[in-house]
Design a protein around this ligand. Structure first.
Ligand SMILES: Cc1cc2nc3c(=O)[nH]c(=O)nc-3n(C[C@H](O)[C@H](O)[C@H](O)COP(=O)(O)O)c2cc1C
Ligand SMILES: [Fe+2]
Ligand SMILES: [Fe+2]
Length: 395
């Protein structure tokens, strides 16, 4: 039974749920758990912003009860229909019989499709529309494709508080609710962005442009930590990730059966490092792909390795290719490498894929037959060195 009350500003409470055991959020690796944030505004009209994932409705209701009887809720704002935020509506309209579900036209359409047979009491709002809560006003801003078509964010005008839904969110379970109380937020934020948001980078930039003159003191997302300090910094990070996320660093990823491709990978990494460019290396069979994807997003150059397995790149590399594609890697330098036994095939396939993803530059692949010789490893080192030099030249 939760007892803590988290107040963002007077009369605005966090009432979400913490999933301490979450380790995988539809494929996003969440080593530190997750959070579904909902917010309660106490005014003449009692207003709930978003709800929580399936199985967490009781926690949400318990938290609301520490502040007010849920039956008193007048408005439930549905910013985004994805079930991690909408799963509680069916229960809520029973518990809060006078509540209206406030959403966009599309939001209502999508909600009805998700929960057939439930007659939600909708109140439809337009882009830019407002809703008076009494002393305070909510304004709604459509942010289509951040990251679904119906997504909107809500601005509590008098408090300069933006409820940003999935934008600026991350998956992390923490006893602290504010980003300035937690040191290690960068990587969870980056993973969430690269896995869920980066594909829609352009709509994010549009949304940032649309809200750029709005004074904001607090950003309250629907996952993870709340931003109340250095907001300029976090907005800049989002802008950078949505335009050119690349930093002067490189990445080597590979999969192998008998270790030859791993040897090549390490020689390539050494070559990059010899130029002073930082370079991480990941075995695609050992590390969660969504973790690697965050590193890939910020890498200027990526060397993608696979041994040839029945003419194709070995499965873990095949499986990772869409993670690269969904980063929209048009400013990156790419190269394929790998070991084969007879006809090969892996590296030409990877090269084709990198080219189809519109990499800024794709170098000729590097193949090694069976085990790499000292001479082969030198070629790998030289390839890494070339990558490192290209990365340096790009900044
Ligand atoms: C199940 C299996 C299928 C393979 N298929 C091919 C192939 O179609 N063409 C080829 O050139 N080599 C093929 N090979 C050989 C490997 O590519 C070769 O052993 C390579 O050196 C392995 O690299 P690794 O040590 O990085 O795993 C195959 C190997 C295995 C185990
Ligand atoms: Fe979402
Ligand atoms: Fe979400």
């Amino acid at each position: 039974m939760p007892t803590e009350k988290v107040e963002l500003v007077k009369g605005v409470y966090w009432v979400g749920a913490i999933d301490w055991m979450l380790r995988d959020f539809h494929g996003l690796w969440t080593p530190r758990g997750g959070t579904y944030n909902a917010y309660l505004i106490i005014d003449e009209k009692i207003t709930l912003i978003d709800t929580v994932a399936p199985n967490f409705t009781d926690e949400l209701l318990d938290r609301i009860r520490t502040i007010i009887d849920p039956a008193k809720i007048d408005y439930i704002i549905c910013q985004h229909v994805e079930p991690d935020h909408s799963a509680s509506y069916a229960r809520l309209i029973e518990v809060a019989p006078k509540a209206k579900i406030v959403t966009s036209k599309r939001g209502a359409e999508y909600l009805s499709a998700h929960y057939p047979g439930i007659d939600f009491p909708y109140k439809i709002v337009e882009d830019g529309g407002t809703l008076s809560l009494g002393k305070r006003t909510l304004q709604f801003v459509a942010v289509p494709m951040v990251h679904w078509p119906e997504t909107m964010v809500s601005y509590l005008v008098e408090e300069q508080l933006l409820f940003s839904n999935d934008a600026f969110g991350m998956q992390i379970a923490s006893s602290q609710r504010f980003a300035d109380q937690v040191e290690e937020w960068y990587e969870p934020l980056r993973s969430y962005y690269s896995y869920i948001v980066r594909w829609n980078a352009r709509p994010v930039l549009k949304a940032l442009e649309k809200t750029k003159d709005v004074p904001i003191k607090i950003i309250a997302p629907s996952h993870g930590l709340i931003w109340r300090k250095d907001l300029g910094k976090i907005v800049e990070i989002y802008k950078r990730w949505s335009s050119s996320p690349e930093k002067p660093q490189a990445l080597v990823v590979y999969s192998t059966v008998w270790g030859s491709t791993r040897k090549m990978a390490h020689a390539i990494r050494e070559g990059v490092a010899s130029t002073g460019v930082p370079c991480e290396i990941f075995d695609l069979e050992r590390d969660p792909h969504s973790r690697i994807q965050g590193a890939a997003m910020e890498a200027k150059a990526i060397a993608v390795g696979a041994m040839t397995y029945n003419v194709d790149p070995y499965y873990p590399t095949q499986a990772f290719m869409p993670y690269i594609k969904h980063l929209r890697p048009t400013d990156k330098i790419g190269v394929a490498f790998g070991s084969y036994g007879w006809g090969g095939g892996a590296t030409s396939d990877i090269t084709k894929q990198l080219t189809a993803m519109k990499f800024g530059e794709v170098l000729d692949p590097l193949d090694v037959k069976w085990r790499p010789t000292e001479e082969d490893l030198k070629r790998c080192f030289e390839l890494g060195k070339k990558l490192g030099q290209k990365v340096k030249a790009a900044f």
